[in-house]
Design a protein around this ligand. Structure first.
Ligand code: FE2
Ligand code: FE2
Length: 190
């Protein structure tokens, strides 16, 4: 799992997977998040991060919906590890932080929790619940915090039933073309 082709194959094989409490398949969710990022004028790297932020869900061998079984699959970490090796932190860091962004937003915006999907609510408790003050300050200081918060907004909005590309192959072609436009960038300042 260290090149774009294997990621495309994984989506082709497991993209139809759906989670209890979510109204879309993994591939439709990925596609929707990518469309929302592009419409918002996000960089190519952040668009790709949006497409691939839940890659970690596809990397696991867990069956069913892990949160229902009380399991946190730590998908933000497993996905970010793969993406960092291929494209670097501009893609991997917003992915790594998209769960932290949820914990931050729940702690800082009272109305945010009400908009979460049932699976996001279930996973929140397993992921540590709302951030405390120290965690919020640390999160705010991360150079990728804004990217992660933007990604999170598309993540939460990208769960609309019935909104998808004409078919899975078209979605994968779109993803492939975006992958080709994003090149590896090492950590800034490194
Ligand atoms: Fe996620
Ligand atoms: Fe997601």
């Amino acid at each position: 799992m260290n090149n774009p082709q294997t990621i495309l194959e994984l989506f082709a094989r497991k993209g139809d997977m759906a989670y209890e409490g979510e109204s879309v398949s993994q591939i439709a969710h990925a596609w929707q998040c990518g469309q929302l990022a592009r419409a918002a004028g996000a960089s190519q790297a952040l668009q790709l991060a949006s497409w691939l932020h839940d890659l970690g869900h596809l990397l696991t061998d867990l069956s069913g919906t892990p949160t229902v079984q009380g399991i946190d699959d730590r998908h933000e970490l497993s996905g970010a590890r793969v993406l960092d090796a291929i494209w670097g932190p501009d893609v991997s860091e917003p992915v790594r932080l998209h769960v932290a962004a949820k914990r931050y937003l729940v702690a800082t915006y009272a109305e945010y929790s009400a908009r979460l999907s049932p699976d996001s609510v279930r996973s929140l408790a397993l992921q540590g619940g709302p951030m405390d003050l120290c965690e919020c300050i640390e999160f705010q200081g991360n150079r990728y915090a804004l990217d992660a918060r933007q990604l999170r907004s598309w993540d939460d909005a990208g769960k609309r039933p019935g909104w998808f590309a004409s078919d899975t192959q078209h979605a994968l072609n779109e993803l492939h073309a975006l992958m080709d436009r994003v090149h590896f960038l090492p950590a800034r300042g490194a």
